[in-house]
Each structure stands twice: as structure tokens, then as C-alpha cells.
Write a protein that binds this ligand. Structure first.
Ligand SMILES: [Fe+2]
Length: 261
């Protein structure tokens, strides 16, 4: 049931995405999202398995991963950007297009409800209080899986000598020695970075370093450590004693989370 359902929705997602991939010109942007989706699905399955999630929640986690960025395709087609602030909320678009394209047809109502809820919530800066513990779990798992793959995408992007596709990092300024004080302050105070303060490439790196505070599962922290994303990000920042301070703080936080859970 579980595998058959995911395979069916996966085929529908492929058919949906292929309509965009076939259009001339913007193949790079759409391919990026198809590959991201595949990896997020893979990560979601790993976390669900390691956390021994109740069987009833696993299909919802897998389907939410598959559909979370469906809205990116119409977003890029219409606006030529992935910046929600300059276009539309892509999570809301994902819900709209999932319904419009009947991507969840024949999926049991309870699973559908969890999937649509988690997809809608995946890009909120902070997950709101939710009365349904099941929805909270699926939404948390999707958010962690998405972040873990975005680390990968961004690190690959930052390591290119010339950033050919600035939309990946939301068009931040590539000034290698600059950073914005409020972003660093927020992280040292153990709070999340705020997209509104992001100006420079280093702000962006700092903000994603701070995502550690928002990870919900021990398995997510394990993957983060194993993949070495934080080290890569810190190594790519300019020399600054306050970055060293932050690095010690973040390293301790990660060790604590791996010990505690
Ligand atoms: Fe997204």
C-alpha cells in the first residue's frame, strides 16, 4: 500500500515536472528542483526509518517530501525567481497545484490532510503551535529533510568560482569579507537568522548555520554532522574571532543534541 501509493504519486510528480522541463530556456531551474525533491524524499525516508516513526505517518512523510516544492515550477515559470518575497508563497502554490493537478487523487483522506498541511507549513520561518501531533511530526520531518538538502545545494553553489545561477542563493551580494551584524548577533543569541537581514553571501552562510537550532530530530543532526556541512560553511567564512566563537557554540550545540536525544 505504502510503496504503491508513493510510486503512483511519484509518477504523477514526474509527469507534472516534465511539462516544465520540456519548455525551452529554464531547464536549469526546474532540474534543480526535481533533483532537490528526489534527495529530500531520500532524506525523509532515512529520518522516518531511524526515528522509528509510526507506520501510519510514513506515507504522509514520503508524499509531503515529493510534493513540497511543486509550487516552485509555476513560480519560476511566472516570475523567473525563487524569491517568495518578490513573487508568491511557493508553499501555498504547492498546495494549490497539488489540488489542481489531482496529484493526491486516491490517497486516503487522513494522509492527504497531513501531506497538504506539512507542505503548506514547510517554508514558515517558525512552525506554529499545532493541535495535531501527527501533523506536527510530519511537518517537522519535512522541514528537517528540506533543510538538509538545501545545505548541500548551497555549499555546491558557494564553492563555484563563478556563481552562474544567482537564484540559488537568492541573489545575495558576493562580497567575500562582509557580513551583517544583526545576523551574527541573532545566532550568538541562539535565535534564527532573519531573511530580511540577509545582504551578503556570508549572512546567508551564517543563517543556514543557524538552522541547526531549528532541526527537530536527532537523525537530522546525525546527518548534518556526518555530511560535514557545518564545517564546510565555517571553513568558507573569512577569518574573524567572532566566527570562531560562533563555531565553538554551534559545535557544542550539535554535540549536545547528539548526546541528549
Ligand atoms: Fe520549498
Amino acid at each position: 500500500m505504502n510503496d504503491g501509493l508513493v510510486r503512483l504519486v511519484s509518477q504523477r510528480f514526474d509527469a507534472f515536472a516534465s511539462r516544465y522541463l520540456e519548455a525551452p530556456g529554464d531547464g536549469f531551474a526546474y532540474t534543480l528542483k526535481v533533483e532537490h525533491t528526489r534527495r529530500v524524499l531520500d532524506i525523509a525516508e532515512t529520518i522516518a526509518r531511524e526515528e522509528e516513526l509510526p507506520e501510519r505517518l510514513v506515507p504522509a512523510c514520503r508524499l509531503a517530501a515529493l510534493l513540497h516544492d511543486v509550487g516552485r515550477f509555476p513560480q519560476y515559470k511566472q516570475y523567473h525567481t525563487f524569491r517568495d518575497a518578490d513573487s508568491a508563497n511557493h508553499a501555498a502554490l504547492s498546495v494549490t497545484y497539488t489540488l489542481r493537478e489531482k496529484l493526491l487523487a486516491n490517497v486516503p483522506a487522513e494522509i492527504r490532510r497531513l501531506v497538504l498541511g506539512a507542505v503548506y507549513l514547510h517554508n514558515k520561518r517558525i512552525l506554529p503551535e499545532l493541535s495535531s501531533p501527527d501533523l506536527r511530526t510530519v511537518a517537522q520531518l519535512l522541514r528537517d529533510s528540506d533543510k538538509l538538502d538545501i545545505y548541500r545545494v548551497l555549499i555546491a553553489h558557494f564553492s563555484q568560482p563563478e556563481q552562474l545561477h544567482p537564484e540559488v542563493a537568492l541573489h545575495v551580494l558576493n562580497e567575500p569579507d562582509k557580513f551583517s551584524e544583526p545576523v551574527l548577533q541573532a545566532l550568538l543569541a541562539r535565535s534564527y537568522g532573519d531573511y530580511r537581514h540577509i545582504v551578503y553571501i556570508n549572512d546567508f552562510k551564517l543563517m543556514v548555520i543557524g538552522w541547526l537550532y531549528d532541526l527537530n530530530f536527532r537523525s537530522s543532526c546525525r546527518l548534518l554532522k556526518e555530511r560535514g556541512y557545518l564545517d564546510e560553511l565555517f571553513d568558507s567564512l573569512p577569518q574573524h574571532e567572532r566566527f570562531d566563537l560562533l563555531r565553538r557554540q554551534i559545535t557544542q550545540e550539535l554535540a549536545q543534541r547528539l548526546k541528549d536525544a
